[in-house]
Design a protein. Structure first.
Length: 170
């Protein structure tokens, strides 16, 4: 795990509790509790933590309002979400970051606590898991991501998620 970073954020409200879906076509990567996990056998895995001094519902709202990512994530160029409403299992959003065109499908949502999406980006299959743990003075956000696929295997020494910002990958 990477160390902590202190950040101040202020925003709105959170969405409803939603249910579980498959991690990726043909493969269920479930934890014994039923949570979807990253692919621990993938050639590239990254884990990061950040402590944020803001209410949990604020952090959840900012992270799940994907269409607003370009306003606070300079490496995200554009995000288009299919359909109205909050993120839910099966929801799809397309976005670009650092030259990658990414299609992400939401796999699991547990309002305010856990968010999982994944999908393809130029032959790379990513699974991205977010957990949000309330603390005395805000939230500990933990993110894990796995990358698999032929481009990753071929370029493993150079392959890494495109940004140090925890929100800007698959």
């Amino acid at each position: 795990m990477v160390g902590s970073v202190e950040v101040q954020l202020h925003a709105g409200d959170a969405g409803p509790l939603l249910q579980l879906e498959d991690a990726r076509a043909g493969h269920d990567l479930h934890h014994p509790r039923g949570d979807i996990q990253i692919d621990e056998t993938a050639p590239v895995i990254t884990r990061k933590d950040i402590r944020i001094h803001a209410p949990p519902h604020t952090i959840w709202k900012i992270q799940t309002d994907v269409e607003q990512w370009p306003l606070w994530q300079p490496k995200v160029d554009v995000v288009e979400k299919e359909g109205p409403g909050r993120l839910r299992p099966g929801a799809v959003f397309r976005w670009t970051t650092e030259g990658l065109d990414i299609t992400s499908t939401v796999k699991q949502v547990e309002r305010g606590k856990r968010l999982v999406w994944g999908g393809p980006a130029q032959g790379i299959n990513a699974i991205h898991v977010w957990t949000f743990t309330p603390t005395r003075d805000g939230v500990l956000v933990h993110t894990e991501e796995s990358w698999a696929g032929a481009p990753v295997v071929a370029n493993r020494p150079r392959c890494r998620p495109p940004s140090p910002n925890p929100s800007t990958t698959g």
